[in-house]
Design a protein around this ligand. Sequence first.
Ligand SMILES: *[C@@H]1O[C@H](CO)[C@@H](O)[C@H](O)[C@H]1NC(C)=O
Ligand SMILES: *[C@@H]1O[C@H](CO)[C@@H](O)[C@H](O)[C@H]1NC(C)=O
Ligand SMILES: *[C@@H]1O[C@H](CO)[C@@H](O)[C@H](O)[C@H]1NC(C)=O
Ligand SMILES: *[C@@H]1O[C@H](CO)[C@@H](O)[C@H](O)[C@H]1NC(C)=O
Ligand SMILES: *[C@@H]1O[C@H](CO)[C@@H](O)[C@H](O)[C@H]1NC(C)=O
Ligand SMILES: [Zn+2]
Ligand SMILES: [Zn+2]
Length: 450
Amino acid sequence: MHVIPRILSKMAFPTLCALFLLSLTRISVCTSEGWILHVTDFHWDRTYTNRDLSCNGLVNTHGLYGDYWCDSPFSLIDVTIKAMKNATQGKDVDFMLWTGDSVLHTADENLSIDNNVGILTNLTNQLQQTFPTMDVYATYGNHDYYPNNQYPPHNNEIYNRTLEHWRNWINDSAQETNFLKGAYYTVKTKYGLRILALNTNLYYTSDKVTANMSDPADQFVWMESVLKQSRRNHEMVLVTGHVPPGVAAEGGKTWFYQHFNTRMVHILQQYSDVIIGLHFGHEHADTFRIFYGHSGQPEMALYIAPSVTPWRYKTSSATGPKHNPSFRLIKYDRTTGRHLDLVQYYMDLPESNKQNRPIWAIAYTATTDMGIPDLSPRSMDNFATRTKNPNGPEFQNHLKWRNANAEVMPCDALCHSLIYCNYMKLHEHEYKTCLRDTQQYTASILGKRK
Ligand SMILES: *[C@@H]1O[C@H](CO)[C@@H](O)[C@H](O)[C@H]1NC(C)=O
Ligand SMILES: *[C@@H]1O[C@H](CO)[C@@H](O)[C@H](O)[C@H]1NC(C)=O
Ligand SMILES: *[C@@H]1O[C@H](CO)[C@@H](O)[C@H](O)[C@H]1NC(C)=O
Ligand SMILES: *[C@@H]1O[C@H](CO)[C@@H](O)[C@H](O)[C@H]1NC(C)=O
Ligand SMILES: *[C@@H]1O[C@H](CO)[C@@H](O)[C@H](O)[C@H]1NC(C)=O
Ligand SMILES: [Zn+2]
Ligand SMILES: [Zn+2]
């Protein structure tokens, strides 16, 4: 009895499904659910165990699969790509998102164009060998450029050399011009979803080249025209890139120069009817942001995937948390674009090193473990609202998931507020107001417990 309404609800799903409706033996073909594989921030350190260029001088044990102080050795990248392959078995994975930062964290003097392009080429080939028929939509991270972060708003050798390897994935000669100019492009997936692949590194505050420009590489004008066209053609759009818009929870500043952040958020909000979701990397943390409409209704969600690299940052004033290596699968409705579920995978790094074999597990499945029926903006808002209680299971779970189930650092009232406000506030001024209000509230709750 379950079958009838299920079929009816998929009647909108076009021809392929209609054909198979005639033969009820192949009902499964009618399903309009697909999966998206998302991996980000490999940060491959080819010098792990000899020069340890990414490790800030802190590594001591050199585990087979890496160390929390270092970027990924090849052994980790290898088992991660294999685990990705395993996780996709038996699932209809429509495409992969690969959101950049393949190059290790180290000083420019230890990098070069050849080094960075070499890393990118190797990882591209590894992915292609393991997933020969998968469409991959790849974007650059800030670390992939040489010198680090300094993406110019025009053609250069790195874009040219990368395109040689990504041409098959982009598979559209009209988009090659965009890629050569600014490393952005758009393609339509085989199920009609439009991918808007952005080079948001051009807006990053570490990019000194673009600081005073209004529209580096004309990407804003271009993306607006793509979105406008998509609305006219009744297409759904998925936005992907590396550095996300909004505020960085550590530090409370936007990743983008403020004028870029304002413009980007404004454009995205105007097309919330067209955009089905946004997928980014860069933060090495599992988190998300919600875009609200004028009357406060949740309209879009931006999902940030945690990294493959386990690396913790270390500066003179701060030390970042440990991370386990990770990747994710997202289930979506091919007809409506609605994001239905998310399965987050992680590797237990210390245990894998101890046992000399990669130990992967599911950190959480959104619909089972987050208390939400799907990943829609409304559901994400519902979850975010419940994290306002710093002692509640939602926030405690999120703290664990943020770093892919690595050991959780203590989180005081400020830490809680930084994270909570980060879900909802995309501009610095409103973020600051939220911090002030939430911190008082959190402190009163944490105080009560003592
Ligand atoms: C980077 O290379 C320079 C010059 O080869 C060297 O002096 C420096 O120690 C290297 N940096 C690190 C972190 O090893
Ligand atoms: C990438 O580099 C690793 C380590 O040097 C090597 O083992 C592997 O074969 C390379 N992969 C490809 C596809 O070239
Ligand atoms: C990049 O390639 C294009 C043509 O594909 C060429 O016109 C341009 O000069 C190249 N740029 C560089 C920096 O080599
Ligand atoms: C490229 O796109 C064309 C037409 O859209 C399609 O027939 C072809 O299979 C695609 N090639 C690859 C390698 O995806
Ligand atoms: C941008 O403008 C600031 C202030 O006017 C100036 O100090 C800086 O040098 C400019 N940067 C570039 C790359 O032109
Ligand atoms: Zn990164
Ligand atoms: Zn980054």
